[in-house]
Ligand binder design. Structure first.
Ligand SMILES: Cc1cc2nc3c(=O)[nH]c(=O)nc-3n(C[C@H](O)[C@H](O)[C@H](O)COP(=O)(O)OP(=O)(O)OC[C@H]3O[C@@H](n4cnc5c(N)ncnc54)[C@H](O)[C@@H]3O)c2cc1C
Length: 402
């Protein structure tokens, strides 16, 4: 039987995060965005509410809820601001869930437990100056030296670069092998030879922390290798299945925020003797936002349902990410249009929504990459098989994760 209702637990998470965003994020965002300020205190408060690892099993310090609870957290956080949803996407979606899926028991106890509790923050270093969509073009190297790998190179556009304690970093262990030459590592900020530097002048997510990582002869213990040598590309793509899910869910929150602001303004603003909401061309924009919100959420919850079953969901997650991020960009753009000149000022939040909505159309697979993926699935050029290690199905079986 199909069920489109949120469970009681999911409903209370939704209420909790909505209240949190209304109280702890929205009142400060104009100032934080203007000053390019990322408030780490927000992450501490999210940790107190057990929201930094909501879908990580309780055995590993998490909330033990299902994967759609994570979607709800991201959806409601992005209603507050994209910066804090991005933080959860990177910390939980790209890092902690990757540790859950691929980590050894030792790695889970050392890194996943404090991250799921929000005592430590995780991030994800894949992109390089000359390797974004084309991941295999990466230049960062990891050379085995006894019980260590020596990392050299750099990463760019890394969210939480100055904030995170631990990074999942991808490097080439074999340069001649393109995708199969990539290996994943857990790198601590405290490792000698590691440095980070924030980027300035971003179009949006100005209240977020994004920047570069530098590795100069960084000694990474062999015990910090995630998965096998040469398995890094697969691990990165599996991580993106989870990251993209959170980005898609966040986009729903941005559509909702754009719709909320637009509805309010439609009732306030009058032209030609009537509320602007009575003009059909304005109604067209409202109808599109409203429909896209529903479509996007359905796609996200379907991908979450597949995760809960422990099934491969690359196709469905890509579809959800592609559709909802495009829809969020369009919704934010229309919200500015509905607000007229006032939408062009940061006195109203919609211009921030528009600037913030652009990055998710670029990161975690650009619009073009997802278009290609969907075409390839339709044409039968791309088929997915179960991975060597799948994300655990929900409800979590304590035996299967220990
Ligand atoms: C705010 C922000 C935060 C980010 N956070 C992280 C992070 O935490 N960790 C991380 O690793 N990365 C992060 N990124 C990087 C992001 O994932 C990359 O920017 C993204 O993968 C695209 O890579 P690129 O910028 O190098 O663009 P490119 O790959 O150079 O693409 C340039 C253009 O060419 C198009 N294109 C490329 N290949 C094809 C093709 N085969 N067919 C058709 N068109 C193509 C693209 O769609 C795009 O329009 C972040 C980016 C931003 C903006």
């Amino acid at each position: 039987m199909m069920n489109f209702e949120l469970t009681e637990e999911q409903q209370s998470v939704k209420k909790l995060v909505r209240k949190f965003a209304d109280k702890e994020i929205i009142p400060f965002m104009q100032e934080w965005d203007r000053n390019h300020h990322f408030e780490t205190g927000v992450l501490n408060k999210l940790a107190e509410l057990q929201l930094m690892g909501v879908c990580i099993p309780e055995e590993y310090g998490g909330g033990g809820m299902d994967y759609n609870a994570l979607a709800i957290v991201c959806d409601e956080l992005e209603r507050g601001d994209t910066a804090y949803r991005t933080a959860v996407s990177v910390h939980t979606g790209l890092n902690s869930m990757t540790l859950l899926q691929w980590g050894t028991e030792e790695q889970k106890l050392k890194y996943l437990v404090p991250q799921a509790r929000g005592e430590q923050i995780g991030a994800f270093g894949l992109t390089e100056p000359n390797a974004g969509s084309d991941v295999a073009a990466m230049k960062t190297t990891a050379k085995r030296d006894g019980d260590y790998y020596i990392l050299n190179g750099s990463k760019t556009w890394i969210s939480l670069c100055d904030v995170a304690d631990n990074f999942i970093v991808f490097a080439k262990t074999d340069h001649d092998l393109a995708h199969r030459g990539i290996t994943a590592f857990i790198v601590e900020r405290t490792f000698e030879g590691f440095e980070s530097r924030a980027l300035k002048g971003k179009l949006g997510i100005r209240g977020g922390n994004t920047g570069e990582l530098f590795f100069t002869d960084v000694k990474v213990p062999v015990s910090n290798r995630l998965g096998e040598e040469g398995e890094g590309f697969k691990i990165a793509m599996a991580a993106l299945d989870n990251g993209r899910f959170t980005v898609a869910a966040g986009a729903c929150g941005l559509i909702e925020a754009s719709l909320e602001a637009s509805l309010k303004y439609c009732h306030e603003r009058k032209t030609f003797g009537k509320e602007i909401g009575k003009h059909q061309l304005v109604q067209q924009m409202i109808a599109k936002m409203s429909a896209n919100l529903e479509i996007s959420r359905l796609l996200v919850y379907k991908a979450g349902w597949l995760k809960n079953q422990g099934l491969r969901n690359t196709q469905e997650t890509s579809l959800a990410k592609w559709i909802s991020c495009n829809a969020a960009f369009e919704a934010a753009n229309d919200a500015v249009q509905i607000h007229g000149a006032y939408g062009y000022s940061d006195e109203y939040p919609v211009e921030r929504f528009l600037r913030n909505s652009k990055a998710p159309v670029i990161y975690e697979g650009t619009r073009e990459i997802h278009t290609i993926m969907q075409a390839e699935y339709a044409l039968g050029y791309r088929q997915d098989k179960p991975l060597r290690k799948m994300l655990p199905a929900w409800p979590f079986d304590p035996v299967s994760v220990l």
